[in-house]
Write a protein that binds this ligand. Structure first.
Ligand code: XMP
Length: 513
């Protein structure tokens, strides 16, 4: 890759990929490397700048992650963040100690606005701190450029050597002017021009995949979700017909979803790939007959998916590579450095690790969800696929409380389609993180056209969340809810009640099972 790039050296901090992502937001390519890569490797990459991440260790302890002092002599601008700042201070002769007062959270920092790092930043600015050690005195030749009442060196620099350091984390949102600081580093200190765009990411990914895959056969389990769709299109661009996408329709998809996926990836779609749609609805319904326990349902769906996928893989034969749409948050969840471990239950894409693949290809493993969507747009994937809300691997199976039957699937599909349509009509679809209809296992008495009914209650769910680990119930205008209720009871046979789920997570979860 000949384009300008900034590299992040990972010293074990929590936010290392976030730093890379913030730099990419400046249109500068950025990637994360372990702290122990050699100076030779760094020189070969020819970065315009280096950022040291935070980390949980103490820079002055012998066993802590460190780097060669010569890195500071390369003439490449360096920004040390938190542990990275302490390491810089320690290696260059400053003093790092346990702080008498640790700082955690939003902290007002007084900075010297003459610093290039702080151009355009307010003199008193709110920053995110999280440290128990601190720099007591900076190394010789360094100037203190920021402090708090209890932290004498909240920022320091040696401008002639292009070495900068902040005790706080400019990459997190709570550092109000953090993005400005990173942008100052990247443009005014490293001299980047910002010519990188997501399409360069795609081009590079395509090139790398071609090199890796050669003339091998590649298999992709396509769910129709954003991640696997984007991964499949990148692969298709890279290796064309060497790629086969297997799309298992387990009969638990949203209304028309199977056909929508086929329209894009099937023979009439724009991509030159082999596409296999397996209509396995009956097979799944049969396995789910009489099963009501949520975990058991999930297990059955996951396992059956694997069986179907495996059968297809065998039919294709001699597949060398398996594509996974793993994105960065998945990497965090499964533990860094476990790239070859196939997730077994997070998604229906939790594939068998015993099918004989030479290697896994994960073109999206460095990206965050919204970056994946951006890449999808660059690739010309239709907006309705790119902006899809998350959909669980077990699909409607976990949105039908109790036993799953073909009839119940139809009810929930129809109710859900109406709900989604009305949310979009009300212009709320971009504001709500996830929303769907579920079928409760409750039937109750109602009256319709003077007749007694004894039908199901549909539950509407809508949440706002950023991380899906916690969530709040979305405040949907009552008129919208009422319209959905009217349409559902009138248009969906078998439903005579609609309820709105007010629970947050915790104590509820987003899905019902
Ligand atoms: P919960 O219900 O745990 O869901 O609050 C959190 C988020 O995860 C999604 N989800 C899944 N996604 N496979 C997936 O790929 C699954 O088995 C699964 N279960 C839940 C859910 O839709 C929500 O976005």
């Amino acid at each position: 890759m000949s384009q300008e790039k900034v590299i992040v050296l990972d010293f074990g901090g929590q936010y290392n990929q976030l730093i890379a992502r913030r730099v990419r937001e400046c249109n500068v390519y950025c990637e994360v490397h372990p702290y122990y890569i050699s100076l030779e490797e760094i020189k070969q990459m020819n970065p315009k700048g280096i950022i040291f991440t935070g980390g949980p260790n103490s820079a002055y302890l012998e066993q802590s992650p460190t780097c060669r002092k010569e890195i500071f002599e390369l003439g490449i601008p360096i920004l040390g963040i938190c542990y990275g700042s302490q390491l810089m201070a320690h290696l260059l002769g400053g003093s790092v100690k346990t702080a008498p007062v640790s700082e955690y959270g939003k902290t007002e920092v007084t900075i010297r606005t003459e610093s290039r790092l702080f151009t355009g930043v307010s003199a008193d600015t709110v920053c995110w701190m999280s440290h128990t050690d601190y720099i007591e005195t900076p190394p010789q030749g360094f100037q203190i450029t920021g402090h708090t009442p209890v932290c004498p060196v909240a920022a320091m620099e040696c401008a002639e050597r292009k070495l900068y350091a902040t005790q706080f984390h400019p990459e997190v949102m709570h550092t109000v002017e953090g993005q400005k600081m990173l942008s100052n580093f990247v443009f005014h200190i490293c001299g980047c021009t910002g010519d990188w765009k997501m399409d360069s990411f795609v081009e590079n990914a395509v090139e790398e995949i071609r090199k890796k895959v050669g003339s091998g056969k590649v298999l992709c389990a396509l769910s129709g979700g954003v991640d696997s769709s984007v991964a499949a299109v990148i692969l298709s661009k890279a290796v064309g017909k060497q790629l086969t996408c297997v799309f298992v329709d387990h009969g638990l998809l949203r209304k028309n979803e199977g056909d929508e996926v086929e329209a894009v990836f099937g023979p009439d779609g724009p991509y030159d790939l082999n596409f296999i749609r397996v209509n396995a609805q009956e097979r799944f319904y049969k396995k789910l007959e009489g099963v009501t326990e949520p975990e058991k349902k999930r297990k059955i769906i996951g396992e059956e998916f694997i069986r179907v996928f495996e059968e297809e893989a065998k039919k294709i034969g001699a597949v060398d590579f398996l594509v996974q749409g793993t994105i960065y948050p998945d990497v965090i969840e499964s533990g860094l450095g476990k790239s070859a471990t196939i997730k077994s239950h997070h998604n229906v894409g939790g594939l068998p690790d015993y099918v004989d693949f030479k290697e896994i290809v994960e073109p999206l493993r460095l990206l965050f969800k919204d970056e994946v969507r951006q890449a999808g747009r660059e690739l010309g994937i239709p907006e309705y696929l790119v902006s899809r809300q998350p959909f669980p691997g077990p699909g409607l199976g976990i949105r039908i409380i109790g036993e799953v039957t073909a009839e119940k699937v139809k009810i929930v599909q129809n109710a859900d389609a109406i709900y989604r349509e009305e949310i979009a009509n009300a212009g709320l679809d971009k504001e709500i993180s996830q929303y769907f209809a579920a079928l409760t296992n409750m039937r109750s008495v109602g009256v319709m056209g003077d007749e007694r009914t004894y039908d199901y209650a549909v539950a509407l769910r809508a949440v706002t969340t950023t991380d899906f680990m916690t969530a709040e119930c979305a405040e949907i205008p009552f008129a919208v809810l009422q319209k959905v209720m009217n349409r559902v009871v009138n248009e969906v046979k078998g439903v005579n009640r609609v309820v709105y789920d007010l629970s947050s997570k915790p104590p509820g979860t987003i899905e019902f099972e």
